[in-house]
Design a protein around this ligand. Structure first.
Ligand code: SF4
Ligand code: SF4
Length: 384
């Protein structure tokens, strides 16, 4: 814990309590960060190089050019919200203008995964989590060859999580977490889950205040009924639709039907137009047993995707689901027991990746960050 306190103290040297945070980039990532900063009373403006955005503003807020921003007194700390390549370009632009990485700016991932959890805990004793999910079902209407949760290995009549388990998962999670940027109901295909309406209602009724974005991620093959849609609207749930129409053109009609039905609901069509997924290689990679190597793989991977499953809080949803769904049965006992947490700081420690051993057993069978170099076509279906 001393290590984390030191880290926080170091952050406070360049981001003291009174300094605000500006978002560089008015795209999707910037818009998702905005309500988080508002919640923490940290928002210090938007910056964008696009003149049209400077003219129109964003989300009702002023958008500065970098030049105007730099001319301000009491400059905010900058968080770049852009793709990796654009982040590098913006970083160079900031350096040319005399700003320094870490001291004056960082990228959105580092801010959400490290800086904000530390600030949240040490300034207000609140646990902030970037992203957590409940896999309500592992069954799916598709059978993608490279499913990162290995749902292609789950039988179509497998048992889903009971509604009691979903409730228990939410209760255990929110007992220890004060604010989550995104809380996702996911699968498999979550619209197959018969109690999804009850799950949305229970979480919406009991924990909506703690969730900045409450979402459902679907492959868009099923159109939910009116009862569920009414609850989705009532609890302001965002429906993220993975667009696989490049590989599966027939799905276009399903998306149209779904979007038509979801009028009035916040929807995000997740663009897979590049038609590529990262291949984590869970069934072909073996990194061996060298602990230093496995620690390196875990650390550089830095996955954001936590999973809560009853009292079990898993650091990596892929590790748990691939291991369980494929019958590998590796590392299923590596979780934080949310019911046994006596001090919230244990959740912070876990959140920052300080897991026992310094890696997960499934990292042995995974490419981690290297997966981005192994691209495969998205949503290719298994031959029956
Ligand atoms: S649609 Fe998603 S959950 Fe279903 S098999 Fe494909 S990748 Fe897996
Ligand atoms: S390297 Fe480990 S933590 Fe990262 S995705 Fe793979 S199994 Fe999960």
């Amino acid at each position: 814990m001393n290590e984390l306190r030191e880290k926080y103290n170091q952050i406070s040297t360049y981001l003291p309590k009174e300094r605000k945070v500006a978002i560089f980039g008015c795209g999707k990532l910037g818009e998702e960060l905005y309500p988080v900063l508002i919640r923490y009373a940290l928002f210090g403006g938007f910056i964008d190089n696009d003149k049209s955005k400077q003219d129109s503003g964003n989300l009702g807020e002023k958008v500065y050019s970098l030049e105007d921003f730099l001319a301000k007194e009491n400059r905010s700390y900058i968080v770049i919200t852009a793709t990796k390549d654009n982040t590098k370009t913006i970083g160079k632009q900031l350096e040319i203008n005399g700003l320094k990485a870490e001291q004056d700016y960082t990228d959105w991932e580092h801010f959400l995964k490290v800086i904000l959890p530390l600030i949240s805990y040490f300034r207000s004793e609140k646990i902030f989590v970037n992203l957590a999910q409940i896999c309500v079902t592992e069954r799916c209407t598709l059978r993608c060859e490279a499913c990162a949760h290995a749902c292609n290995k789950v039988s179509r009549d497998a048992q889903d999580m009971s509604f009691e388990s979903v409730k228990k998962s939410a209760d255990s999670f929110f007992k220890n977490v004060d604010i989550v940027k995104e809380f996702v109901l996911i699968g498999g295909e979550p619209f197959l889950y018969k109690d999804l309406d009850k799950a949305v209602e229970y979480i919406g009724e009991n924990y909506r205040e703690k969730i900045i974005m409450f979402s459902i991620t679907t492959n868009g093959t099923i159109t939910p009924d009116d009862t569920l849609i009414a609850l989705i609207k009532k609890y302001d749930v965002t429906v993220r639709i993975s667009d696989y129409s490049y590989t599966l053109p027939n799905l276009k009609k399903s998306y149209e039907r779904l979007l038509e039905k979801l009028q009035g609901v916040k929807t995000v069509l997740l663009d897979t137009s590049k038609n590529q997924w990262f291949d984590y290689g869970f069934f072909e990679v073996d990194n061996g047993e060298d602990e230093e190597r496995l620690k390196r793989i875990f650390k550089t991977c830095n996955t954001p995707c936590r999973e809560i499953r009853e009292n079990k809080y898993y650091y990596c949803v892929m590790a748990r689901s691939v291991s369980e769904n494929s019958g590998k049965d590796v590392g299923l006992d590596e979780y934080l027991d949310m019911d046994a947490v006596k001090d919230k700081k244990d959740v912070l420690v876990f959140e920052l990746g300080l897991v026992e051993n310094g890696y997960l057993s499934m990292c042995r069978y995974c490419r981690g960050a290297e997966a981005e170099k192994f691209l495969i076509p998205a949503a290719i279906q298994q031959k029956r």
